[in-house]
Design a binder for this molecule. Structure first.
Ligand SMILES: Cc1cc2nc3c(=O)[nH]c(=O)nc-3n(C[C@H](O)[C@H](O)[C@H](O)COP(=O)(O)O)c2cc1C
Length: 184
């Protein structure tokens, strides 16, 4: 199973990127082939139909190519103001306009979030489900929202709380099983 993984944060010290890296390692140990993208590779302007009618921006073309090459998506996204970061929603909007087939159709996905807050970004993930499911991504029902993320990682990059670490491992393993079942 081939997965495209990215964190929807441009920040150098992104907590979501740290969580993503951890989950990617687990997925690779589980046999998945993972293409890890930096969100900067998908840089694109604000959606503009007039621009689209001339040409899609190169960052959107690149994201489309990488999504199409994958069976599944692993997205670690911050929660911004109780919802999806505008940068990620903008990218989803651009990709949704490719024809004859928008590239998300038929993919599976798993959603992760990390936040220094006590809530962990789960509200942003619920909001992210709406456009992705609307675009026919089959998302794993369980999600992983890491609260107090600025204090959650050990020196080895794993989660210091062993029970959280094993919950993440179970979630990724369950997602791989689901993705394999639905692949094709
Ligand atoms: C515009 C903005 C809005 C934010 N809103 C929320 C929020 O609603 N809930 C939350 O838990 N954290 C919120 N935060 C804090 C982020 O969780 C925090 O900056 C986090 O580290 C971002 O993820 P990153 O480390 O991967 O960049 C917000 C941050 C920004 C910049």
């Amino acid at each position: 199973m081939k997965i495209l993984a990215f964190a929807a944060s441009l920040r150098r010290d992104s907590l979501n990127r740290r969580l993503l890296d951890l989950a990617v390692g687990i997925a690779r140990d589980g046999g998945a082939v993972v293409d890890v993208a930096h969100f900067r590779e998908f840089d694109m302007p604000l959606y503009d139909e007039d621009v689209k009618d001339v040409a899609f921006p190169p960052g959107a073309d690149e994201m489309r190519r990488r999504v199409e090459a994958a069976d599944g998506l692993m997205i670690a996204s911050p929660e911004y103001n109780y919802s999806v970061p505008g940068t990620l929603k903008n990218a989803v909007d651009w990709l949704s306009r490719y024809r004859p087939r928008q590239p998300f159709a038929g993919k599976t996905g798993v959603l992760l979030s990390a936040s220094p807050s006590a809530v962990g970004g789960i509200r942003g993930l619920w909001a992210l489900r709406v456009p992705l499911e609307g675009l026919s991504v089959t998302l794993h029902p369980d999600m992983f929202a890491l609260a107090l993320a600025d204090r959650a990682f050990g020196e080895d990059g794993r989660l210091a709380d062993a029970s959280l670490q094993s919950r993440l491992e179970r979630l990724v393993a369950n997602y791989l099983r689901m993705g394999e079942r639905l692949r094709g």
